[in-house]
Write a protein that binds this ligand. Structure first.
Ligand SMILES: Cc1cc2nc3c(=O)[nH]c(=O)nc-3n(C[C@H](O)[C@H](O)[C@H](O)COP(=O)(O)O)c2cc1C
Ligand SMILES: Nc1ncnc2c1ncn2[C@@H]1O[C@H](COP(=O)(O)OP(=O)(O)OP(=O)(O)O)[C@@H](O)[C@H]1O
Length: 316
């Protein structure tokens, strides 16, 4: 899959494609259906498929403080789009200039002049352009004039409710991982590299792998039963995701995983963590001793959970 960063990096050879536009956060089953249609259309027309995404996502640009936590980082989103068979991603900087483009300017500058789009695939509720004035009807009218076709993808629902990134976030916030999996079409996972921590966990009796979240806010917080994939092997574990109030961290979110019955060095390795069950909220304890007691109870609860469950071999 080819990644084009910014409109200015589009070249004449990029013109001529079928395209879709959106945030695609989490690449859930609604997104997957659009991407499937896009792939079919690309094959029929014999042109590449292109997904137009924004960075930051519009809500992060307009209201950085209140924008929801992302389900996946840009890197993970690109991987999921590549897995769905997308040929090209055009990642546009969402800035003052872009958000001021009228719907007509958006179509002319990006879709027609930039991409030479032959067919557009969008959700029926898709809106774009300054003040979100552009919609499906607008695109169809523009398509008649500018010689591209537009198709509204059928809404994908689960139990009568439209699937959306928001619904996945809600499922994670209420620790309904079964629902999150049914919305995503795969288990919810967080992937990252293991960093060196403060080495306090060893003193607490439970060594943990600290997974870098970078500046990412996580869509869930608390203590969870998890499974962890390392180099194709899956291990049971228990994890804390949060700001670690007892040891007064820097306020940034951390993901720490204790692997049950694992002896080995995982520093620098990439782990994929899948969440199965919430044990409790993160707490501020009065002492390290109290934290240690709580973590021991978490480990015991995770063991009890895995006693009754087969461990899935792969998280994909
Ligand atoms: C299962 C588990 C539960 C945890 N729960 C909490 C908690 O409720 N409150 C808290 O401040 N830290 C919690 N922590 C994080 C510990 O504070 C952290 O592991 C410790 O500070 C060691 O950090 P280090 O790996 O950087 O050395 C938890 C960690 C684990 C593995
Ligand atoms: N359940 C769905 N069925 C069909 N199309 C969808 C569905 N969800 C999203 N789409 C379409 O996929 C494209 C990208 O959607 P986008 O990620 O911007 O929104 P979303 O998934 O509804 O997220 P949010 O909950 O943040 O609004 C848009 O064209 C949108 O209309």
């Amino acid at each position: 899959m080819q990644l084009v960063l910014g409109l200015h990096n589009l070249r004449p050879q990029h013109r001529g494609c079928v395209a879709t536009i959106g945030n695609f956060d989490g690449v859930h089953r609604g997104h997957q259906a659009i991407l499937e249609r896009l792939r079919e259309r690309a094959l029929e027309l014999g042109v590449p498929s292109c997904v137009v995404i924004f960075e930051p996502q519009p809500r992060e640009f307009f209201a950085p403080e209140t924008a929801p936590a992302r389900l996946a980082r840009l890197r993970d989103k690109l991987q999921l789009l590549a897995d769905a068979g997308v040929d090209r991603v055009l990642c546009l900087a969402f800035n003052q200039r872009l958000c001021k483009l009228s719907a007509a300017e958006f179509v002319d500058t990006i879709l027609v002049d930039g991409l030479g789009v032959q067919h557009l695939e969008v959700g029926d509720d898709f809106r774009f352009g300054c003040d979100r004035v552009g919609d499906f009807d607008f695109l169809q009218q523009a398509g008649l004039m500018q010689k591209f076709t537009v198709e509204a993808a059928q809404t994908v629902e689960l139990d009568g409710v439209r699937i959306s990134s928001t619904k996945v976030r809600d499922a994670l916030a209420s620790a309904d991982f079964g629902l999150a999996e049914r919305l995503l079409g795969r288990p919810f996972t967080i992937e990252g590299r293991v960093l060196h921590g403060q080495k306090l966990a060893r003193q607490l009796g439970t060594p943990t792998a600290n997974i870098q979240l970078k500046r990412r806010r996580a869509p869930l917080t608390g203590v969870y039963v998890v499974s962890v994939e390392i180099d194709g092997k899956t291990w049971p574990g228990v994890a804390n995701i949060g700001v670690r109030p007892t040891v007064a961290g820097d306020g940034s979110a951390h993901l720490e995983v204790h692997l049950l019955d694992f002896a080995g060095d995982v520093y620098g390795r990439r782990l994929t963590v899948a969440f199965h069950h919430k044990l409790r909220d993160e707490q501020r304890f009065a002492s390290l001793e109290a934290l240690k007691t709580a973590i021991n109870a978490d480990v015991a609860a995770a063991r009890a959970f895995w006693l009754g469950q087969p461990l899935k071999k792969s998280l994909k």
